[in-house]
Ligand binder design. Structure first.
Ligand SMILES: [Zn+2]
Ligand SMILES: [Zn+2]
Length: 380
């Protein structure tokens, strides 16, 4: 844990702009570029420049996130300017090390934390970095890991043990989101949990929760394929298809009328399902008196709740954004083998097929959860 605090604090100083040196003049790399919305092109372009305070990471695998799908469709416009290379969930090996960097070796396996804090705003001064006013992400605010190389300061690196595969290392970022939400909601051993939303983040969160509590767990979604993945990988988790069953009713019935200790909202919008409350209000209705609702589903809609339901329970609603050094926690659990990354990975495609990968996710959300892009060049 000490390592991770150091990493976070160092990042404040190392994320500012350095003079960049073009170590690799004329050296090209393959990169997926979003040239217009809904259209990727895989091109050869110069490797990124790096400063003496940075390392060059050779990306092995990158994972496609729900945010990438929004970015692809233009929902991040104008924050993201085209042409652009996304990718904020990725991992690889160190290819080159700047002269002022120590403690790393060429060829070392690393996962890259894409978050850059400003270090100057009120949140940063209070070390509450995920709430940074000017928070930026590699792969959202600057070119990211859907490319063969990325240069970053070492404070953004987390070493990955040998027994964790490159494919699994590419999921450390999204697992970190899950562990951060657990920490925000203070999930404890024995806690019972409901997760509204069983998509990419919801399932990473579910797996993170399972490392902390073996209490009763419910995951609610309306996409059958997602619920099937959960039933196959975590048969002890009670899945609820909200189109068929009333989740609040089921949760109360199966917790003997108590409700759960913590409910997570990972949907981010007000699903219109007949005779059901919206997911956020359902969270409030699902918890016990004095329970916690933790929201992390990102959306642009207003979602109404009835405050009386919250007040009568004297409950808390807290928010969770990105992660806060939980890379260490995610990596430690992957190393111990108590997460199930293979359950999440429904496809691995060479980066040349990125357009196909996005089409698959858009057209068949019931079939595909996490799709990895292979940048290792080993796929042939
Ligand atoms: Zn993501
Ligand atoms: Zn800040």
């Amino acid at each position: 844990m000490i390592i991770y605090r150091d990493n976070l604090i160092n990042r404040l100083f190392s994320s500012s702009e350095f003079q960049k040196f073009d170590f690799s003049k004329n050296v090209k790399m393959k990169a997926a570029v979003l040239e217009k919305y809904n259209q990727f092109t895989v091109v050869e372009k110069p490797q990124p420049k790096m400063s003496e305070n940075e390392v060059l990471v050779k990306v092995k695998f990158a994972s496609i996130c729900g945010s990438d799908q929004h970015l692809y469709k233009g929902d991040f416009h104008p924050r993201t300017k085209l042409p652009f290379t996304p990718g904020h969930e990725f991992a690889g090996v160190i290819e080159k090390i700047g002269k002022e960097v120590s403690g790393y070796n060429i060829g070392e396996k690393v996962a890259v934390d894409p978050i850059i804090w400003c270090g100057e705003c009120d949140a940063c001064k209070n070390e509450h970095y995920p709430a940074c006013d000017k928070l930026r992400l590699i792969g959202i605010d600057q070119d990211g890991g859907f490319a063969e190389y990325v240069s970053v300061p070492p404070s953004m690196l987390y070493k990955v043990p040998e027994n964790v595969s490159h494919e699994h290392a590419a999921l450390v970022e999204v697992y970190g989101i899950g562990f951060h939400a657990c920490n925000r909601a203070n999930v404890k051993s024995g806690d019972s949990i409901a997760i509204y939303g069983g998509g990419k983040v919801g399932q990473c969160l579910m797996q993170a929760v399972r490392t902390k509590t073996d209490g009763k767990m419910f995951v609610i979604d309306i996409v059958r394929g997602r619920l099937d993945i959960i039933r196959n990988s975590y048969p002890d988790v009670r899945t609820i298809n909200a189109m068929k069953e009333d989740p609040v009713e089921v949760i109360h019935k199966e917790t003997n009328g108590h409700g759960v200790d913590v409910a997570f909202e990972v949907v981010g919008h007000a699903e219109q399902i007949p005779n059901r409350a919206n997911p956020l209000r359902s969270c409030v209705q699902s918890i016990r008196g004095g329970g916690v609702v933790c929201v992390l589903g990102l959306g642009d809609e207003e979602i109404p709740i009835l405050f009386k339901e919250l007040i009568w329970k004297e409950a808390q609603i807290i928010a969770s954004r990105v992660s806060h050094g939980e890379f260490s926690e995610a990596i430690a659990h992957l190393e111990k083998g108590d997460l199930k990354p293979d359950a999440l990975i429904t496809s691995v495609l060479p980066v040349d097929k990125i357009q196909e990968a996005f089409d698959m996710l858009e057209k068949s959300p019931d079939k595909y959860l996490k799709i990895l892009l292979d940048l290792s060049g080993d796929a042939g």
